[in-house]
Design a protein around this ligand. Structure first.
Ligand code: PRP
Length: 217
């Protein structure tokens, strides 16, 4: 059969995704995480992992270059791509927050300067609150922005909180809780329903296997 293509976000969640897929029963060659390989095929030839930048996963899935994607909810929210979101994998739990120095977001604020990797989410959040924003889109080291005066606040994800702490910043508002999700191409879901459902089952087995391991640890 034609392999089921799974786009996996490189970075923090890639290792977790590998653990999950393996526990779900998908065996890959040992070269799985050879940094330079961008496509790996499972030993049975049924699955292909595509290693892509997290922010590109929804595009691969929407366009059908991948049938399935594994990526953070924050990226899905920011992109607003036309895909099905089918499963919460229960790892990569983070908060999407407004952060800054302690007094940088008074309750009566009417306008703010914001630095973020998530301009769409930030705009929607502040628009809803009736706050005018000037948003600077950055691609990393977001916490630097308030320190050097590029922005009053940031919108970013927080996992352990150590990056905020180490830079003297605090959470000012929570926008959403986010975690790693499975997204599916709409045409793939319609035309390869059995294969997609089987893959979801394998991922579910992986999640349950991981939970069982944690429980027994
Ligand atoms: C993310 C995020 C924060 C940090 C939060 O950055 O943008 O900077 O992680 O994690 P923590 O709460 O555990 O400290 P990432 O590590 O992806 O690096 P980046 O600055 O290159 O975006």
């Amino acid at each position: 059969m034609v392999p089921m293509k799974i786009a996996v976000a490189k970075g923090r969640i890639a290792e977790k995704a590998r653990e999950l897929l393996t526990k779900g029963g998908i065996a890959f060659p040992d070269t799985l995480f050879d940094e330079r390989k961008l496509v790996i095929t499972s030993k049975d030839g049924d699955y292909q992992l595509l290693f892509v930048k997290a922010s590109d996963v929804p595009t691969y899935v929407e366009k059908g270059a991948a049938d399935i994607g594994i990526v953070g909810k924050d990226t899905i929210m920011e992109d607003g791509k036309d895909v099905y979101e089918l499963q919460d994998l229960g790892f990569g739990n983070c908060q999407l927050v407004v952060a800054g120095f302690p007094d940088s977001f008074p309750v009566d604020t009417k306008s703010l300067t914001v630095a973020t990797k998530y301009p769409s989410i930030a705009k929607a959040y502040f628009d809803k609150a009736g706050i005018h924003t000037e948003i600077s889109r950055l691609s990393g080291s977001i916490e630097l922005a308030p320190i050097v005066g590029l922005s009053e606040v940031i919108v970013d994800i927080v996992e352990t909180g150590s990056t905020l702490r180490d830079n003297g910043l605090v959470i000012l508002r929570e926008i959403a809780k986010v975690s790693t999700r499975v997204i599916v191409n709409k045409a793939s879901y319609a035309t390869k329903t059995t294969e997609v459902k089987h893959c979801m089952e394998l991922l579910k087995n992986g999640v349950e296997g991981r939970r069982a391991d944690n429980h027994n640890a």
